[in-house]
Write a protein that binds this ligand. Sequence first.
Ligand code: MSP
Length: 670
Amino acid sequence: MSTPKTFYITTPIYYVNDVPHLGHAYTTVAADVLARYWRLRGRDVFFLTGLDEHGQKVQQAAAKAGIDPQAHCDKLAPQFQTLWKRLNISNDAFIRTTDLSHKSVVQRCLQDLYDKQLIYQDSYIGWYCTFDERFWTEKDVADGLCPDCKRPVEKLREHNYFFKMGQYQDRLIDHINQHPNFIRPESRRNEVLGFLTTQKLGDLSISRPKSRLSWGIDLPFDKDYVTYVWFDALVNYVSALEYLRPTPSFEQYWPASVHLVGKDILTTHAVYWSTMLMALGMKLPATIFAHGWWTVDGEKMSKSRGNVVDPNKIVDEFGADAFRYFLLREVPFGQDGDFSREAMIARINSDLANGLGNLLSRTLTLIERFAGGRVPPCPSPDDQFTEDLNVAGLEAHNFSGQHFAFLEFNRTLELIWKLVQACDQYIEKTAPWSLAKDPNQQVRLNRVLYRAADTLRLLCIHVYPFMPSTAENIVHQIGLDIDFQKPITTNTVTDTYWNHLPAEIRVQKGTALFPRIESKPQGDKTVSETPTPPRPTTATPAPTLISPQTPTPAVAAPAAGTLAQITIDEFQKIQLRTAIVLSAERVPKSEKLLKLQVSLGSEQRQIVAGIGKKYEPEALVGKTVVIVANMKPAKLMGIESQGMVLAAGDSEVYGLATILEEVDPGTKVK
Ligand code: MSP
């Protein structure tokens, strides 16, 4: 089977009864990741999202706001559009079901079905849920409550128009059986099949009398009725292709490659929409994928609980890329998950700040230190240390496409982070800082630096669909020129296999990709960039000199308010200098002590610092710290320390002192 050239991806169109929330962001981000991935792989992508503006929910919300429904929609629509911009959503089109062209396509579809006698009028008595805008059968509402939203239902008799959905039951079952990827994941496919093979599929009421609901599209054959909001909404997937992109886009993009939906709206898509398409004589989408739902801190997200997560606030605090990453890394797509600030902070710190961010920063520092800031020429043949790195690269290259095809975002991300880890370990094992001391090891040193930089090239291509701004940032910092709007090609810099990094490019180390997020002692959190000390909660703690000599610091730190004064001459006795951490490791049998190798430019020092409870050694490599350079050497646990590192805190370390701007190692601090 040849790979299709186009990729048409949709999100549900969201009700404009309220502002966007976490659930809306989730589907839209997932769709964006797919769109970006396939664009980069050369497919002609059409990515559609938009708004469902008709129906009772919107009419009620407008009434509550005391404005006309259209004015209400016009007021809320920009909130969605602005959020998508902030989340870097690359949709090609944005549909609103109040668009005149959409309305006329819906009316044309209705007229077509009516003419084919697939729509008829009948009266119906049933249990109606106003909130969900749907009728339920007697056995669905045994307890008098809507099985979906648990609100009371009411008995209603209504004349309505019905679509002969029931007659497509067998055809739909056959279609599902013959197309294993039509409904995904497997568990959802089984649910739909289970329902279709055990219950009789009824006909679908596709109208609402205007006496009950006026906010909708008029039926073309009876002006006393408006179209049922789901019939109207589902048609968006084809109406958009008629007027939102230059024609003939229907021929080009239909059938859709993937309709992404939440698990709650799978039936409307898998059953209503599929049978509507059969009746209209159109092909069925290739895949309808139902994702799971997020709870928040273990609870259902709801307005009444007051725990609705506003994606704007998350972006304000953590940035769009970290949010996008978290949503797709934390939970396998298709399963339910729990959202919490703590889980998000933990992910950011471990995977983004310490993982990817640290790898970039340490690699660039090494290239700056040991190769004059230019990536050395292409490496000599591999050695035994490159093996794990090669395997991790190969796996990301070979299997991420497969995971993408099955929407297994978390598994793709796992592969990518295996590569991050493999590169970290490669640097650790080859110890370029030691190789640099021996001129005979120049070739090996070059190989390590090249391979690490080349790994970053691969990583930015792999992470691009998930974190587009981060990918651009990495590209910039390693001095590359990659246009992510253009497809990946082999034998160029965008090849996802090794050794396509041009040599001699000049790296441009910038700020940390992801600031580490510190939790304040009292449980109150702030975002700060490591190693900037956290903002004090009460009085500013005096900087502590964290060294073997603590807890007897060189400078006495009496309680705030009774600070002993020193003269400028006394201060000048202390020689403070910036230094770059080249490597860091734990001192065996000590929880607190780390052994650091730092560079002051013209010389290298070993410092033992009591910061091991606060920092993982790998998080420090590449960081600029401030040290006391004229401290008399001392031994701690048998290891010589040639200086002290400045940090904030007292018996507990809160953060390292550093310099805001990039400065050369060895620069005087006063
Ligand atoms: N308007 C219909 C869709 C019509 S598509 C032709 C609709 N809109 S909605 O705004 O209520 O919901 C849109 C999507 O948000 C659904 O896919 C739903 O599953 C999703 N979510 C709502 N709450 C959610 C969570 N708590 N978690 C994840 N997704 C959730 O339904």
